[in-house]
Design a protein around this ligand. Structure first.
Ligand code: HSE
Length: 316
């Protein structure tokens, strides 16, 4: 009995993973940032083939139980990758979720990253974060949410022949993030379905110039260049019809002093950016939720910072 208890303690870890905001305006499928809202995973790897899932918090009632659970799929993918699938055939997965589901704040990425990161810790961390990112990207399909969830900060990711390369940095401009969370979900699949197959050279140049300016301004601490840098011509114009009031919320945020505003990931959340020292976050959040309300959408606001550390062990 005592031995079993010690064993299960040894095979258990609690981790936290930040919610993320992908695209950041012009960086479709390549830019992302980690935020200070967190999901927690208490994972125990077990030898029997049982998968037990318990969750509280955001979306708890709809989170798949058993082997269809996304965190289990990540754990199982990890165990296969390190040749431990015969040693641990099941898991006890306890989740406490604060990140709203299907709103563009990376909830599915937190589930994947938490599973990979926690399982890796339990077996003695054979993979580094870059190697975990590779598995996470394979499971998620694109790197822009899983990269900041793992590394923290602001991330730039490039895909080459199915392999991902990520640069993660802490912006020298201290950003404050204002997220308007509408009371409706938006599936990423639908939000990708409305996008065109091809875009014009003009729109491509519009985005390349802004995405480049955004990174340069954040790395160099050039707040004065940011008002130019958050606009997008590649995905937001097509997704506008899926988020009623989108343009009005962007205008309201900017009129209240935001540096820029964008759809968070594939939506439905809208995110505005200001600086830590502006003191404008309350004014911007009220302007955003009021504009949403005028468009018939109920929303709540989250005021967040950029998470600096990415996935972390909370307790062993
Ligand atoms: N870059 C993705 C998109 C993020 O905008 O579709 C969603 O996960």
């Amino acid at each position: 009995m005592k031995k079993n208890l010690t064993d299960s303690k040894k095979n258990r870890v609690v981790v936290r993973v930040p919610g993320t905001s992908a695209n950041c305006g012009p960086g479709f499928d390549c830019l992302g940032l980690a935020t200070t809202i967190y999901n927690y995973l208490d994972l125990t790897l077990i030898r029997s083939g049982k998968v037990v899932v318990e969750s509280v918090g955001e979306g708890a009632e709809n989170i798949p139980k058993g082997r269809r659970n996304l965190t289990w799929q990540a754990v199982s993918r990890f165990l296969k990758a390190v040749g431990k699938e015969d040693e641990f055939k099941g898991a006890i997965i306890r989740m406490k979720n604060n990140v709203p589901i299907s709103r563009g704040l990376g909830s599915s990425s937190t589930a994947i990253v938490a599973g990979l990161f926690a399982a890796n810790e339990i077996v003695g961390a054979p993979l580094n974060r870059q190697e975990l990112l590779k598995l996470a990207t394979e499971l998620e399909g694109h790197p822009d949410n899983v990269a900041p969830a793992l590394f923290g900060g602001f991330t730039v990711s490039v895909m080459q022949d199915g392999e991902v390369q990520t640069f993660s940095f802490l912006p020298r401009v201290k950003l404050k993030l204002i997220v308007a969370v509408p009371d409706f979900e938006l599936s990423t699949r639908l939000a990708r379905k409305v996008l065109p197959r091809n875009v014009s050279m003009k729109d491509a140049i519009f985005n390349v110039s802004r995405a480049s300016m955004l990174i340069a301004a954040l790395v160099e601490g050039r707040e004065d260049l940011l008002p130019l840098a958050f606009d997008d011509a590649l995905h937001q114009p097509y997704r506008k019809k899926l988020v009623p009031g989108m343009s009005a919320v962007f205008d309201a945020a900017k009129s209240a002093g935001a540096l820029g505003a964008a759809i968070s990931g594939a939506g439905s959340c809208l995110i505005a950016f200001t600086t830590l020292h502006s003191g404008l976050e309350d004014k911007i959040s009220t302007a955003m939720t009021t504009a949403f309300k005028s468009a018939g959408v109920t929303s709540k606001a989250l005021i967040l910072d950029v998470d600096r550390r990415g996935a972390q062990v909370v307790r062993r």
